[in-house]
Ligand binder design. Structure first.
Ligand code: AMP
Length: 192
């Protein structure tokens, strides 16, 4: 299996790039943010539990997020692999993913970190807000999300660096050019 973590701050292009990789490499895309939003739209118990946190730009507690992720993986027993987008966002989540994958005889193949500076993120999300209809794309809420990223999520990188699994890609530039770089990395994994 090819299990890729696509890592980066809000607005780095994880969703856009995941879509391209999924189409080419036939992987299952798991975006925890998308799944949470789906629960909120469907007004499930989980949706009700997390909607305020998400609207405020805060992270959902690890226990809830990890349980949801594991359930999602289990829905795809035939998958050739997964792209994790927006997960893990804490070291505890990264550890839980390793433990879970180990339990099914798998592991994280690699982590691609999209580097985008804060000024560019803010600009991109201000544009996205015009079409996304996401309360958390609001500038105040975005500040909180960026704070969560630099406070909690950034520590996930050294965790995977210690395993020698991180590739960094400049996330600023033409979408297609970035997609080609990602594709080259993922094709390299697939060839191993
Ligand atoms: P995203 O669509 O990835 O930007 O996620 C939107 C929001 O969903 C985040 O700001 C968090 O509130 C929540 N969320 C998504 N993924 C996670 C995660 N792995 N851990 C905690 N909260 C998450």
């Amino acid at each position: 299996m090819l299990n890729l973590v696509l890592f980066g701050p809000p607005g780095a292009g994880k969703g856009t790039q995941s879509q391209k990789l999924v189409d080419k490499h036939h992987l299952v895309h798991i975006s925890t943010g998308d799944i949470f939003r789906e629960h909120i739209r469907n007004e499930t118990d989980l949706g009700q539990q997390v909607s305020q946190l998400i609207a405020d730009g805060e992270l959902v507690p690890d226990s809830i997020t990890i349980a949801m992720l594991e359930e999602e993986i289990n829905k795809h027993p035939e998958a050739r692999g997964f792209i994790f987008d927006g997960f893990p966002r804490t070291v505890a989540q990264a550890q839980a993913l390793d433990t879970f994958l180990e339990g099914i005889g798998e592991e994280v193949t690699g982590v691609i970190a999209l580097d985008v500076d804060e000024a560019e993120l803010t600009e991109r999300i201000a544009k996205r807000k015009l079409v996304s209809n996401r309360a958390d794309d609001d500038s105040e809420k975005l500040k909180k999300r960026i704070q969560e990223y630099y406070g909690k999520t950034i520590h996930v990188l050294p965790y995977y660096e210690a395993q020698g699994k991180v590739e960094r890609v400049n996330g600023i530039g033409e979408i297609e050019a970035i997609a080609q770089q990602l594709d080259a990395i993922v094709s390299g994994y697939a060839a191993v």
